[in-house]
Design a protein around this ligand. Structure first.
Ligand SMILES: [Zn+2]
Length: 281
């Protein structure tokens, strides 16, 4: 067929080259999808807890770190809080990790999380490098959720005082556990839009070293006329949020009791806070 036999290898090589160039140009225009980075919005969803066995996998929207280290008073409700947050995360397809080891506060590890929840932390729990890593995380757009004694934590760290919004009044930290009436000041947020305007519930009611109203957006106030032990007067904020130093912070003073973590309205309030802090709310 070919009189010039030298043409056969020449044409074969030419065909191979054309095919390779075509494939290369196709890949250049349509590169293969990259696997998601740890900070991507959609990450592989895995729940992990020491001793909890194999992780549960599904598609996850965000990843939460729940931190519950205590260096002072330890609330008996911590296990209830952890279980409730684990349930909420699974219901909403968020990945969730739990820790009480401050060594997880490194810049590279925190960068994996959309929200860091301080669940009933107390006392001085960080060294200087751990504080710096957490500050860097917030400055990079991270989210913070503080529950109850998150405001009874790290009193000597001014940046954290600004983040949480207010520390407890060390001379008169709180009331006894009793029923009080909570007033919903802003009903148009993810952590308040399911609440009754007057929310009657039982908790330990915190007093703060200062009224945080000038620093934060107040969501809920507690009516001191409805319980004994309040010392802040007519304006007593107990839940709030604000943009802070590049990130988002949400805090609720409620959540002392184990029963709190079985109350549907309180859990909805918490989840709304997590949505705000994660940038979804
Ligand atoms: Zn308490």
């Amino acid at each position: 067929m070919f009189k010039k036999r030298w043409l056969v290898p020449f044409l074969s090589a030419l065909i191979v080259m054309v095919v390779l160039v075509t494939i290369a140009s196709f890949l250049y225009r349509f590169p293969p999808a990259k696997s998601p980075s740890p900070t991507a919005t959609a990450t592989a969803c895995a729940t992990s807890q020491p001793g909890s066995g194999s992780p549960i996998r599904s598609i996850c929207l965000k990843r939460i770190l729940v931190f519950s280290k205590t260096a002072a008073f330890r609330h008996a409700s911590i296990p209830d809080g952890k279980q409730a947050l684990k349930n909420l995360a699974q219901q909403h397809s968020f990945a969730i990790d739990f820790s009480e080891d401050a060594n997880v506060f490194t810049a590279s590890n925190l960068a994996r999380y959309s929200v860091v929840v301080f669940l009933l932390t107390t006392g001085e729990i960080f060294n200087n490098s751990q504080q710096a890593a957490f500050q860097q995380y917030i400055e990079a757009g991270g989210g913070f959720v503080g529950i109850h004694s998150a405001s009874d934590t790290e009193y000597d760290w001014p940046w954290y005082d600004g983040l949480v919004g207010a520390h407890n009044n060390i001379h008169d930290k709180h009331s006894s556990v009793q029923q009080a009436t909570v007033y919903v000041e802003d009903p148009n947020t993810p952590s308040t839009n399911m609440l009754p305007v007057l929310w009657v519930r039982t908790d330990e009611w915190y007093n703060f070293a200062l009224n945080p109203r000038s620093r934060v957006h107040v969501l809920l106030t507690v009516d001191e006329k409805t319980y004994k032990g309040g010392i802040m007067g007519a304006d007593h904020p107990i839940a709030w949020y604000h943009a802070y130093d590049g990130g988002r912070a949400w805090y609720t003073a409620m959540g002392h009791t184990s029963e709190s973590y079985h109350e549907p309205l309180f859990l909805a309030h918490l989840w709304g806070g997590i949505l705000y802090a994660s940038g979804l709310g």
